[in-house]
Ligand binder design. Sequence first.
Ligand SMILES: Nc1ncnc2c1ncn2[C@@H]1O[C@H](COP(=O)(O)OP(=O)(O)OP(=O)(O)O)[C@@H](O)[C@H]1O
Ligand SMILES: [Mg+2]
Length: 212
Amino acid sequence: MKKGLFITFEGMEGCGKSTQIHLLAEELKLAGREIVVTRSPGGTPVAERIRAILKTRTDGEDLAPETELLLFGACHAQMTRTLITPVLERGAILLCDRFFDSTTAYQGYARGLDMDMVLRVNRFACGFVQPDLTLLLDIDPVQGIERSRNRAALETDRFDSEKMKFHRDVRAAFLDLAEKHRDRFRVIDASLEVSQVHAQIMEAVHARLENL
Ligand SMILES: Nc1ncnc2c1ncn2[C@@H]1O[C@H](COP(=O)(O)OP(=O)(O)OP(=O)(O)O)[C@@H](O)[C@H]1O
Ligand SMILES: [Mg+2]
C-alpha cells in the first residue's frame, strides 16, 4: 500500500521549479522526512537515455510530434514502475520536476496533438499513479523568459513574438488543467520573490500532509 507523497512541479521554463524544489527538499529533510528528487523526462538510467533523445538534436532529422509524445510516454512508464511506485511504497516524499501535466500542456494543448490520444498515452504510461499534489508555478511568460535569459545569459536570443504566443498558450493550458483538477492542483504566484514563493509552497504542502 502506498504511504508516501507524490508532489509534482509544473510551469513554464524559468518559472522557478528547480529553485523551489531545492528549497522544499531542504526544509522537508530538516523535518526528518525521506525526500527523493527527480525530474521528467528522466530520473532513471533508461529514462535519462530517453531524455537525451528528447533534449538533444539528432543531425539531419527532426523528432515527429507523435514520436515526441510516445517518448514522453515511454519515459513516464519507466519512471512510474522503477522509481515512483517503489519510492512511494516505502513512505518517502517524491518531488518531481514536471510530469504528465507537462505532456498534456505542451504536446496536447500547445502543439495541438489529438488531446484524447495524449490523455490515453499518459494513462497507459502511468496507470493509476498520479500526483497527490501538483504545484503550478504560474508566471507571466515575459517575466519567465527574462529569468531564463538571466540564467543562461542569452542576450543574443531575440524576443520572438511567435515564441511568446507559444508560452502564453502553455500558461493558459496549465491554468485550464489546474481548474479541471482542483483536487490536486495548487496555483502558486511565482512572480514574487523566492522566499514568498517558497512560503506559498510550504502552506500547500502542509495542508496536504495534514490531510493524509
Ligand atoms: N522568485 C524568483 N525571483 C527572481 N528570480 C528567480 C525566482 N525564482 C527563480 N529565479 C531565478 O530565475 C532563474 C530560473 O529559475 P529556475 O532555474 O529555478 O527555473 P525552472 O522553472 O527550473 O526553469 P527550467 O524549466 O528552464 O528548468 C534562475 O536564475 C533563478 O535563480
Ligand atoms: Mg529547472
